[in-house]
Design a protein. Structure first.
Length: 121
């Protein structure tokens, strides 16, 4: 089993629940969402991962085809789980937000059968 140092994927993740108002910053909201994502993924619950995306979400995996809509994204993550991807850790590096839109850059580490990859997120 190899640890992929910086398995990065480009995704615009629009959370299905709106970013919380006033008290929390965009960074806090993203970090909370990443914890929820990691918990769902690491427990093998692709359905819960899929629920974090909007119906019209788009996932852009590195060197892969665009994956559209919530069901497609759920199937993508289910495939990753079945392929042996596990022990996912995500860390928000940069977060910028305006209104209900947030763009962020993250670092992703996973264990699995992949060769080493170092990519900018």
């Amino acid at each position: 089993m190899r640890l992929v140092q910086s398995f990065a994927f480009a995704a615009v993740l629009l959370l299905s629940s709106a970013l919380s108002a006033a008290a929390h910053s965009a960074r806090e909201d993203i970090e909370a969402a990443l914890v929820k994502f990691m918990d769902a993924f690491n427990s093998g619950n692709a359905a819960a991962v899929g629920q974090m995306y909007t119906d019209d979400a788009a996932l852009l995996p590195p060197d892969g085809k665009r994956v559209d809509d919530r069901k497609g994204v759920e199937e993508f993550w289910q495939g990753a789980i079945k392929a042996g991807m596990k022990n996912l850790t995500l860390k928000a590096l940069e977060v910028e937000g305006s209104g209900n839109l947030v763009l962020y850059c993250q670092r992703c580490r996973v264990a699995g059968r992949w060769g080493p990859a170092n990519r900018a997120v």
